[in-house]
Write a protein that binds this ligand. Structure first.
Ligand code: ATP
Ligand code: MG
Length: 748
C-alpha cells in the first residue's frame, strides 16, 4: 500500500514508504550508505505514534551512539511534537542500564551499581592478575581483559569458559575471568559488556521480568544492525519475545511467555560492518530471514547523500570484497566535482594541505569549516592535524581520541564521586587513595588489601578497620584514618552535585596542588576540571531530580560521537575523527587521510583477507560520508614509532577508478623522492607551503628566524630527527618550544 497518502510520507520514495507503514511481521531494511535507512526509522516511529495509535512508552529504538539517539528524538519531536518523551530512543548500553537499575537486586547488585568503562576494567584485570600472581609477560592483563570482553560478547560465562578450556592458557584465562567477575560483584560494579550480558541473563532467569518488558515494548527498532554482536542479538530476541535460534532439526524453541511478539524493525548495511573486533557479526543481518521466518525484507537503492562521483568511487572500492551481495546504489545528484587526490611529502605536509584547502574552499566556494570533516584510521593521527590547525589558526574539534573523560584529572574527580556514591567501588577507591599524595603508600595499600581479603570484607571496610590490620606503620594508619574521615565527611554533606564536586577538589587539596604546581599542563588540567563541574551544573539544570548516581551513569555512557559539537554546521569548526566514529554521519566535504598500506589498510590487516575486507568496508564508510566533495591523501614518508616509514600507496586508492580522481600532485610520488627532497634543503619559501624541506641542524646558541615569531636564539634541542624539539628564545616574544620537523624556522 505504498499509495498511502500522509504528510509523514512526504519526502520518501515508494520503498521507504513501504518500510514506514509495514505492519505485523519482522522487517529488515538493507541498503547501502545514505539511502535513508535512519530517516526511515525516524519516520516510522513518527508514523506509529501518530497513525497507528502506538503509545510512546511502547517504543524502543536502539541507535549506535547517544548522539544518534538524541538526533532521532529531536527529529521525531519535529515531526509529531513533544509527545515522544516516554519513548526509549537510546543505545544498547543505556537501555540495559535502565533495565538493570530497576532489577539489579535480583542479580545481587544494588540499584546504584557503578559502571566500569574499558580503562576501569583493565585496571581491575591488572589487579586480578597480580592477585593470581600471573606473569604479566606471559599473561598480559590487557589481553586478558580483551578476551574476557570477547567471551561476554558471546554470552559465555566463566563456568562455561572453564569447561571449554583446553589449553593451560585458556584455563588461566577462565580463572582470571572468574576472579575478575567476583571482584566486580564485590565492588557492586558492572563493566560495559556486563550491561548487555546481564540483561540477557536477567531475562532468561526471570521470565516475569522478560514478560514485563515484552508487554511494554511493542515496537523494537535497531539502527546499524550490521554492527550488533551475539549478545546484542540475543537481547533483541529476548525483548521481542521470539524463540531462540532454530535448533539443529529446524524446530523453534517456544518462548515469549504468552505475549504476542513485538514488531521488530532493523536496518543495516552489511558493507558497513566495521566492528568485528568487538564481536559484531554480519551474520545477524545476512541470516535475519532465517532467524525470523516471517520476516519481510525491503531494499533501498537510491542514495540521497552523495554525488554520483563519490558514490561510484565507493561502489568500485567495496565491489572488491568477495563475500558480499552486490548492490546497485545510485544517485540523481549529478556527477559533481572530481575527487581530489594529494600525495604529501610527510604527515605534516598532509595536514598543511588540508588546512590550506579548507581556507581555499572558504574563500572560493563559501564552504564553512563546520561543513568539513577530516577522517583518519587511528586516534593518534589527530595530533599532527591538531598541531598544524592550531598553528594556522583553523578552528577544529577532535571527536574521540584522548577523550575528555579519559583525562587523568577528570577520571580522578569522577573516581571520588563514584566512591561517594558507592564505597564498594574498589577500583575508584584505590585510584584516589593516594591522590593527591597523602602518605598512603603501595605497601600500606597492599596490607589493607590482604587484611580485607582475610576478613572477607570490602577494601573500604578494610580501610575503616585499618587499626586492626597488622603491621601498618603509625604514619600510614593515621593517613588512612584521615582519608576515611574525609570521605565520610563528604558523604554526609547535603550539597548539590556541582558543589559536591567543588568540595571534593577543595577538601582533598587537589585544586590547591594543581594551582601551585607551576607546571603549565596543570593549568589545562584545572580547565578540564572546571569543565567537568560545568557538565555537572548543566546536568543539575536539565535534571532537577537527578542524583549523583544518575550523573555518573550519564557520564559513563557518553560515546565518542557525543562530543561532536551541536548545531547544524557543527559550530563552524572542522571536525576531526576516526573512521569508526564517522559512522552514520554526513558532511559536505570530507578529507580521507593516511591512505597508505600499513596505515589504512591497517598494518594488522595486511595478509589477512578477512581483516582486509573489514578495512575495505571502513573505506566504504569513509567515502560515503561525503556529500559534495571528497579528498583522498597519503604521505610518502610518515613517522611511525619515532622512525620514518615509507609506506606504499593504499591499495584502496588504486581501486578508485582513475577517471574519478584529479591528482593535485604527482600520484606516483614515492617515498624515495620525498626522502631525497628532505635531504636537499629546500628554500624557505616552500617550507610553509608544504613543499619538501629538510630539518635544520640546530644547536644551542644558533640564531634562527621563524616565519611568525621572528628572530630568536636556540636555547635547547631535545630528541632527534622527526621528534626533535627545540626551545627558542624570541626575546620579547618569549620562549617557545617547537617541533623542529615542521616549525617554519631558518637557521641564520
Ligand atoms: P548510513 O548508511 O550512512 O547510515 P542511511 O541509509 O541511514 O545512511 P540517512 O542518513 O537516513 O541514510 O539519509 C542520508 C541523507 O539522505 C540524509 O540527509 C537524509 O535526510 C536524506 N534522505 C533520505 N531519504 C530521502 C528522500 N526520500 N528524499 C530526500 N532526502 C532523503
Ligand atoms: Mg544511518
Amino acid at each position: 500500500n505504498p499509495a498511502v497518502d500522509h504528510p509523514l510520507l512526504d519526502g520518501l520514495n515508494p520503498q521507504q514508504r513501504d518500510a514506514v507503514v509495514h505492519e505485523g511481521s519482522p522487517l529488515l531494511i538493507v541498503a547501502g550508505a545514505g539511502s535513508g535507512k535512519t530517516r526511515v526509522l525516524t519516520h516510522r516511529i513518527a508514523y506509529l505514534l501518530s497513525e497507528r495509535h502506538v503509545q510512546p512508552q511502547e517504543v524502543l529504538a536502539i541507535t549506535f551512539t547517544n548522539k544518534a539517539a538524541k538526533e532521532m528524538k529531536e527529529r521525531v519531536d519535529r515531526l509529531i511534537g513533544p509527545r515522544s518523551r516516554a519513548m526509549w530512543v537510546m543505545t544498547f548500553h543505556s537501555a540495559c542500564v535502565r533495565i538493570l537499575r530497576r532489577e539489579a537486586k535480583r542479580l545481587g547488585f544494588s540499584s546504584s551499581f557503578s559502571i566500569y568503562d574499558q580503562a576501569d576494567s583493565q585496571r581491575l584485570m591488572a589487579m586480578v592478575c597480580r592477585e593470581l600472581e600471573l606473569d604479566p609477560k606471559r599473561y598480559p592483563p590487557r589481553s586478558f581483559s580483551a578476551q574476557v570482553s570477547n567471551l561476554k560478547n558471546e554470552l559465555i560465562d566463566y563456568d562455561t569458559a572453564k569447561d571449554k578450556a583446553q589449553t593451560h592458557l585458556e584455563r588461566t584465562l577462565a580463572q582470571a575471568y572468574a576472579t575478575y567477575q567476583r571482584r566486580l560483584t564485590e565492588a557492586d560494579a558492572m563493566d560495559f559488556d556486563d550491561l548487555i550480558m546481564l540483561t540477557v541473563t536477567l531475562f532468561q532467569l526471570f521470565p516475569d521480568v522478560a514478560e514485563h518488558y515484552r508487554r511494554r515494548f511493542r515496537h523494537v527498532m535497531v539502527d546499524e544492525y550490521q554492527d550488533t554482536n551475539h549478545a546484542q542479538y540475543m537481547l533483541i530476541r529476548e525483548l521481542v519475545g521470539l524463540p531462540e535460534r532454530l535448533t539443529v532439526d529446524g524446530e523453534p524453541v517456544a518462548e515469549g511467555g504468552g505475549v504476542e511478539p513485538a514488531e521488530l524493525c532493523v536496518v543495516g548495511d552489511a558493507d558497513q560492518s566495521i566492528y568485528a573486533f568487538r564481536g559484531a557479526t554480519i551474520r545477524n543481518i545476512l541470516e535475519f530471514e532465517r532467524d525470523y521466518p516471517q520476516a519481510r525484507t525491503i531494499l533501498l537503492e537510491q542514495n540521497y547523500r552523495s554525488t554520483q562521483t563519490i558514490l561510484s568511487a565507493a561502489n568500485a572500492v567495496i565491489s572488491r570484497n568477495e563475500s558480499r551481495k552486490p548492490k546497485n546504489l545510485w544517485s540523481d545528484q549529478g556527477a559533481g566535482p572530481k575527487i581530489i587526490g594529494y600525495v604529501a611529502d610527510n604527515e605534516h605536509d598532509e595536514a598543511m594541505f588540508v588546512a590550506q584547502e579548507v581556507d581555499r574552499l572558504a574563500d572560493d566556494e563559501d564552504v564553512t569549516p563546520g561543513q568539513v570533516a577530516v577522517f583518519y584510521r587511528t586516534n593518534a593521527a589527530s595530533r599532527v592535524f591538531e598541531e598544524i590547525f592550531i598553528r594556522t589558526g583553523l578552528p577544529y574539534k577532535v571527536v574521540g581520541g584522548v577523550r575528555f573523560y579519559e583525562r587523568r584529572e577528570v577520571r580522578d574527580l569522577l573516581a571520588y564521586l563514584r566512591v561517594l556514591a558507592n564505597p564498594n567501588d574498589t577500583v575508584s577507591l584505590r585510584r584516589v587513595i593516594n591522590v593527591p599524595k597523602r602518605g598512603i603508600g603501595e605497601r600500606a595499600e597492599a596490607m589493607v588489601e590482604a587484611f580485607a581479603t582475610r576478613e572477607r570484607v570490602s577494601f573500604w571496610e578494610g580501610l575503616r578497620r585499618a587499626e586492626e590490620a597488622p603491621g601498618l606503620a603509625t604514619r600510614s594508619l593515621n593517613a588512612i584514618k584521615e582519608f576515611v574521615a574525609l570521605l565520610e565527611d563528604l558523604r554526609g554533606k547535603e550539597l548539590k552535585l556541582s558543589e559536591l564536586a567543588e568540595e571534593v577538589l577543595a577538601s582533598t587539596g587537589y585544586r590547591t596542588e594543581l594551582e601551585t604546581s607551576g607546571d603549565p599542563q596543570d593549568e589545562s588540567r584545572l580547565e578540564n576540571l572546571n569543565e567537568l563541574i560545568s557538565v555537572a551544573q548543566e546536568f543539575e539544570e536539565a535534571n532537577p531530580e537527578g542524583t549523583l548516581v544518575d550523573f555518573l551513569e550519564q557520564v559513563s555512557l557518553v560515546a565518542d560521537a557525543d562530543q561532536i559539537p551541536e548545531g547544524e554546521d557543527h559550530q563552524g569548526v572542522v571536525t576531526l575523527m576516526t573512521l569508526h566514529t564517522a559512522k552514520g554521519l554526513e558532511f559536505p566535504v570530507v578529507f580521507l587521510t593516511g591512505l597508505e598500506d600499513g596505515v589504512f589498510p591497517h598494518m594488522r590487516s595486511l595478509g589477512e583477507p578477512r581483516e582486509l575486507e573489514e578495512e575495505r568496508r571502513l573505506a566504504y564508510v569513509g567515502i560515503t560520508r561525503a556529500q559534495q566533495r571528497l579528498y583522498v591523501s597519503r604521505a610518502a614518508v610518515r613517522s611511525s614509532w619515532g622512525s620514518p616509514a615509507f609506506n606504499p600507496a593504499s591499495r584502496f586508492l588504486a581501486e578508485v577508478p582513475s577517471d574519478l580522481l584529479d591528482w593535485r600532485s604527482d600520484p606516483q610520488k614515492s617515498a624515495w623522492t620525498a626522502a631525497t627532497v628532505r635531504e636537499t634543503r629546500a628554500p624557505a619559501a616552500t617550507s610553509s607551503r608544504g613543499g619538501g624541506r629538510s630539518i635544520p641542524n640546530l644547536s644551542p646558541g644558533d640564531r634562527v628566524t621563524h616565519d611568525a615569531f621572528g628572530l630568536g636564539t636556540v636555547v635547547t634541542v631535545e630528541g632527534v630527527a622527526e621528534k626533535a624539539k627545540v626551545k627558542i628564545d624570541f626575546g620579547s616574544g618569549g620562549e617557545k618550544t617547537l617541533l623542529l620537523a615542521y616549525a617554519p624556522i631558518e637557521k641564520l
